[in-house]
Design a binder for this molecule. Structure first.
Ligand code: HEC
Length: 199
């Protein structure tokens, strides 16, 4: 009787640990960056306009250039802080390959300079939300655009047409460090690229 109980317990323990191991294996296989790889975050309406992204603050933050009014004769091309985010699937792809996949969307959120003094010292501190701009790379949709990137400004509209090339692309093509993107100003992307394992 005693022997039987011990045996039962042992079998039960073995079964439980087998189940636990299977669970661990399933968890390892379901790497979120893998099943996100093909997700498209840039949504277009029937008029082929980019729908204004609303959840970009939950994407990956890559950097925050600032062109304050007081250093640009009161009129920077884009006021003032630029908080830049890349969508999670394209970030996963970039970390693996060091390249912007077709489907990449990058949002630049514009925020005014608020205070110029705080408890930490003098400087530029973020003020109020002003609007967003975006760039989308899509090999099919923007086959005829430079490096397949198109650019969008929203103001307060819910969707936006791609801007003509001379309005946006030309400056990006001439000055950006990598595939039309200003990675020279985004430490997060530079670090990710440096860490890409050779394939
Ligand atoms: C005269 C040059 C110039 C023009 C024209 C220009 N940009 Fe940019 N853009 C920049 C620079 C420089 C950065 C990075 C530094 C910054 O944000 O100030 C940038 C960054 C961006 C980013 C973040 C991703 C990236 O490529 O680094 C987006 C999105 C963007 N611009 C959209 C636009 C849109 C939309 C237009 C046209 C309406 C436009 N840009 C026109 C110079 C330009």
């Amino acid at each position: 009787m005693l022997m039987q109980q011990v045996l039962k317990k042992t079998v039960l323990a073995l079964l439980l640990s087998a189940v636990a191991m299977m669970q661990v294996q399933t968890a390892a296989a379901a790497d979120p960056s893998d099943d996100q790889q093909s997700k498209e975050y840039a949504k277009f309406n029937k008029a082929a306009e980019l729908v204004r992204p609303t959840d970009y603050r939950e994407w990956i933050f890559v950097g925050a250039p600032v062109t304050p009014k007081d250093m640009n004769d009161g009129k920077p091309a884009f006021p003032e802080f630029h908080n830049v985010y890349i969508d999670p699937a394209s970030w996963a792809h970039y970390k693996k390959t060091g390249e912007f996949r077709s489907g990449t969307i990058i949002v630049k959120e514009l925020i005014s300079v608020g205070a110029t003094k705080s408890a930490s010292g003098n400087g530029y501190f973020q003020g109020e939300f002003l609007g967003i701009a975006a760039a989308v790379k899509d090999k099919k949709r923007f086959a005829d655009r430079p490096e397949n990137w198109a650019y969008f400004g929203f103001d307060d509209k819910p969707s936006a047409m791609a801007q003509p090339d001379d309005a946006c692309s030309a400056c990006h093509k001439a000055n950006a460090a990598e595939d039309m993107v200003f990675t020279q100003h985004y430490p997060v992307l530079r670090a990710a690229k440096a860490a890409v394992k050779p394939r």
